[in-house]
Ligand binder design. Structure first.
Ligand code: AMP
Length: 285
């Protein structure tokens, strides 16, 4: 496995692979890798011949009062996991490499319509930070395909829109959510949860499952589905609900009715102490 910390080294390694005719796949991450990330890497290895993982805690996607400084950083363990998973190249730039003129004076990419609802309503600059760093990674690696998790549903919707609008020649692949045995979506932030919060966090999955069952059973009133979705979270003492929404799977517009031919997705966010968790489930295909 090759490890590059500079753009020049990363381009050199990818350039060699491309010259050999290999199809390049990229899995962007912020490190603190868990089994969910590894599943993305495995999918990448199935779809591409040269798998690149980026490890970069991106400062521009954290708000001033968010957890940038305390976000877990576990480089040695991450490299070992990448090696074991068969990654070809790890790109692990520093903030100076990605933002040579500093974050405040950087050029930003905005995807306005989709970026200020749901997560974007609570984290106003988050998605422009995500879109900017991902476009930068695309320019550095020039992957044929890039894999993102459904866990961050809004993120993959925004990145799909960005590559369509800017004609970026990369295929975006969305990988299903990888969960703990009790249903909690794997996340690098789960380690912040104390035992009572960890127990309470199952309410997210319970709400999503109940919503999915209701829709499968014929419920089409989106407000009714929202009630079903939020009920277990609201009755969980450890949780403070931020939102429980039912939206169009592509445009993220709030739905009144769940109807055939218009795929719908349920999304939730809740705080457990200082830790904010998000989760989602498709309600219809
Ligand atoms: P992060 O390092 O948290 O930014 O995540 C890097 C990538 O892994 C993103 O595309 C996430 O959506 C994806 N990811 C994180 N957790 C999961 C999970 N539990 N299941 C599937 N994908 C995930």
């Amino acid at each position: 496995m090759q490890v590059a910390a500079t753009i020049a080294d990363a381009r050199l390694a990818v350039g060699r692979a491309r010259a050999e005719g290999r199809r390049i796949g990229l899995v962007p991450t912020m490190g603190a890798l868990h089994a969910g990330h590894v599943a993305l890497v495995e999918e990448c290895r199935r779809l591409a011949d040269f798998t690149v993982v980026s490890l970069f805690v991106n400062p521009s996607q954290f708000g001033p009062n968010e957890d940038y400084d305390r976000y877990p950083r576990t480089l040695e363990a991450d490299l070992a996991k990448c090696e074991a998973a068969g990654v070809d190249l790890v790109f692990r730039p520093t903030a100076d490499v990605m933002y040579p003129r500093g974050v405040p004076s950087a050029t930003f990419v905005e995807v306005p319509g989709l970026s200020h609802v749901l997560e974007g309503a609570v984290r106003p600059e988050h998605f422009r930070g995500v879109a900017t760093v991902v476009l930068g990674l695309f320019e550095i690696i020039r992957p044929d395909l890039a894999i993102f998790g459904q866990k961050d549903y809004q993120q993959q919707a925004i990145l799909r829109r960005m590559v369509a609008d800017l004609h970026v020649p990369v295929a975006i692949v969305t990988h299903p959510i990888v969960r703990e045995p009790d249903g909690l979506a794997m996340s690098s932030r789960n380690i912040y949860l104390d035992p009572a919060q960890r127990q309470g966090s199952r309410a997210l999955w319970r709400g999503l499952e109940a919503a999915r069952r209701a829709v499968a059973g014929g419920e089409s009133d989106a407000d009714r589905v929202r009630q079903i979705l939020r009920a277990p979270i609201e009755s969980e003492g450890e949780a403070a609900l931020d939102y429980a929404e039912v939206v169009d799977a592509e445009t993220l517009e709030r739905l009144d009715r769940i109807a055939p031919g218009r795929p719908a997705v349920a999304l939730v966010a809740a705080r457990f102490g200082k830790t904010r968790l998000i989760d989602n489930a498709r309600l219809t295909e």
